[in-house]
Design a protein around this ligand. Structure first.
Ligand SMILES: [Zn+2]
Length: 159
């Protein structure tokens, strides 16, 4: 049975309220921001909220309000695609339009860094991810990511 929009909207609000009231939810990220980011990604992917695990992103901490969040989604195998774990980050989850980045192997050092900007589900299509984005260093997100190994040319100390 398909649930109504009203029922899904109320369930999302109830989840947001419950998470906001829980000081341990995604600590030390702000629970309201973390829960909103979790809902945002679940809606983008069209999956249940509980399938998205949200934690504070310990590597990319801001040490101030508005902690980055790490969102992890395990995707089961199907007839055409192997089991996959997707890891996304949102640097400033306070903002509903802050970019969602998919972590992937750095072309230089192989570490998990924000390679792909995910705006809609089509951005995750294998056909769109065969080649690295041409504008990989168009903004500061990839070059300044602390996920790079120390010697990486893309990393903060590299180049
Ligand atoms: Zn790197």
């Amino acid at each position: 049975m398909t649930r109504s929009i009203a029922a899904r909207a109320q369930a999302a609000l109830d989840h947001l309220d419950a998470a906001t009231a829980d000081p341990h939810f995604a600590y030390p990220a702000r629970p309201d921001e973390a829960a909103a980011a979790q809902l945002r990604l679940a809606n983008l992917l069209g999956i249940p909220t509980e399938q998205v695990t949200v934690t504070s992103d310990g590597l990319r901490r801001h040490y101030q309000s508005g902690e980055p969040v790490l969102l992890t989604v395990s995707d089961p195998a199907d007839d055409h695609h192997p089991e996959t774990t997707y890891r996304f980050i949102i640097a400033a989850p306070f903002y509903d339009d802050d970019p969602i980045y998919l972590l992937d192997a750095c072309p230089e050092c192989g570490a998990d860094v924000p390679v792909w900007t995910i705006t809609r589900i089509t951005d995750l299509a294998p056909a769109k991810r065969r080649d690295l984005p041409a504008d990989l260093t168009a903004d500061d997100t990839l070059p300044y990511d602390p996920g790079h190994r120390d010697t990486c040319v893309y990393g903060p100390m590299g180049g």
